[in-house]
Structures are given as structure tokens and as C-alpha cells.
Write a protein that binds this ligand. Structure first.
Ligand code: CA
Length: 239
């Protein structure tokens, strides 16, 4: 069955162009020219994917996105103006899976659409939380938009790749494997540095700090919680 895509764009020429390209690729397509109409339609019908312009009349794209995520979570790719960094960050925070900067090459948009549809099928199957998108594969751990793929040794936040050292990766994996369980520094030390490690346990605090600087600080989220006097924990994702 072909995917059902909603194109939200008030520039008619652009909307029409994207619509034709998507139809040509075999997708089912609807268009909406205002934020209000888009929200109406997207809460009525479950789309597989929404291309959402940010600068829209009536209700801007970010507001549409926020309301949509509450009412009917759907994978969204934002269409943003060049250099609108804050829009991109707020959009990803609000739950968009990706963004593309205007003007874009249609081939790039099509590629991003294919990736988004592949990575986020669970959302469109009415599962709600993006957390479940990858649970079919062994060794894939998720926390909302954060995914750790052990077999591929990859960590991504939405579609942004995060580069971690081996120990940072192991640390994150250990915490994600044990969600909602507070792990002591000793336990983490054993898992991350091995049984033979002799040295200070505060090396764990150092790795936590590195992880936070690469994930929390960059994407403005709180992934790893400190439990004073006990250790660290990643709690279940709540959107
Ligand atoms: Ca616009």
C-alpha cells in the first residue's frame, strides 16, 4: 500500500510541484494551504507522513506540530527557511523527525521522505509513541527521538548522528538497556571499563558529563538523570 502524505504549504506553486512529484513516485497526496486546515485534516485522517512548512497563515507550522503531536502523532518533516536555526531546534524538540531547508532539491526531499517512512512506521500504524518504531530489531534501544543501534554501532537523535567514543557508547547502551533502573557507579564501571579496571569511580561521572555535552546540551533534552548518592538512570520516554 502506498504511503499517504499531507503537504502543508501556502505557496501554491511549490505545493503543486511537490504534490506532482510525490504522485509521480506513487504516493497518495493531499495538500493544505493553511495551518488550521492542515491541523483539521491531520487529526481527522492518519497520514503516514506530513511535510509541514513553518511559515504559514493562521496557525504557524510549529504550533500545528505541537498540537498534532498531542492529538495524533505523525512523522513530520519540516520545511524551513534558510538559517532559521531556532525553528529547526524547536521543531525537532516538538517532535518533528527531520527538516529540509528551502529551497531544496526534489531528490533530497524524496530521499528524506523514504528515510522517514522507513524509520517511523510504528507511529503511522497508530502505535502512538515513536519509541516503538525500532523495537522489531534486536540490539536497538530507543528513548523517544534517541536511538542506539548496537549492531550498527550508531546513535542518532531524530536523524542526526551522534559520534560517541566506545566507552560513551557502552555507557549509554547500559543505561538504555536498564531503563528506569538506577545503576550505581560501580555497576556502570564494571560494564563500561571491565572488571579489571583499577581507578577512581568518578571516571563514570566524567563519561556522563561527556554524554550530556553531546546529547542533552545539543538537543536541549534531559536523557540521563542523576540520583544523588546512588547513581544514574534513564527513565522511560514520556512525550
Ligand atoms: Ca510558507
Amino acid at each position: 500500500m502506498s504511503a499517504n502524505i499531507l503537504v502543508v504549504e501556502d505557496e501554491e506553486k511549490l505545493a503543486r510541484f511537490v504534490e506532482l512529484e510525490l504522485l509521480h513516485e506513487g504516493y497518495k497526496v493531499e495538500t493544505a494551504g493553511s495551518g488550521r486546515k492542515a491541523l483539521e485534516r491531520a487529526t481527522e485522517v492518519q497520514f503516514d507522513l506530513i511535510l509541514l512548512d513553518i511559515m504559514l497563515p493562521e496557525l504557524n507550522g510549529l504550533e500545528v506540530l505541537r498540537r498534532l503531536m498531542k492529538e495524533r502523532p505523525t512523522p513530520v518533516i519540516l520545511l524551513t527557511a534558510r538559517d532559521a536555526v531556532m525553528d529547526k531546534v524547536s521543531g525537532l524538540d516538538a517532535g518533528a523527525v527531520d527538516y529540509i531547508t528551502k529551497p531544496f532539491a526534489i531528490e533530497e526531499l524524496l530521499a528524506r521522505i523514504r528515510v522517514a517512512l522507513k524509520l517511523h512506521p510504528a507511529m503511522s500504524a497508530g502505535m502512538g509513541a515513536p519509541e516503538n518504531a525500532d523495537t522489531g530489531r534486536e540490539g536497538v534501544f530507543t528513548w523517544g527521538p534517541l536511538t542506539l543501534d548496537d549492531p550498527r554501532h550508531r546513535v542518532t537523535f531524530h536523524s542526526h548522528e551522534i559520534t560517541l567514543t566506545n566507552r560513551e557508547f557502552l555507557m549509554l547502551k547500559t543505561l538504555l538497556e536498564n531503563k528506569d533502573i538506577v545503576l550505581s557507579r560501580d555497576t556502570l564501571l564494571e560494564r563500561v571499563c571491565g572488571y579489571e579496571y583499577v581507578g577512581e569511580t568518578n571516571v563514570i561521572d566524567v563519561y556522563i558529563r561527556y554524554l550530556r555535552s553531546k546529547i542533552d546540551d545539543v538537543f536541549d533534552v534531559k536523557v540521563i538523570h542523576t540520583v544523588r548518592g546512588v547513581g544514574y538512570v534513564i527513565k522511560s520516554w514520556e512525550s
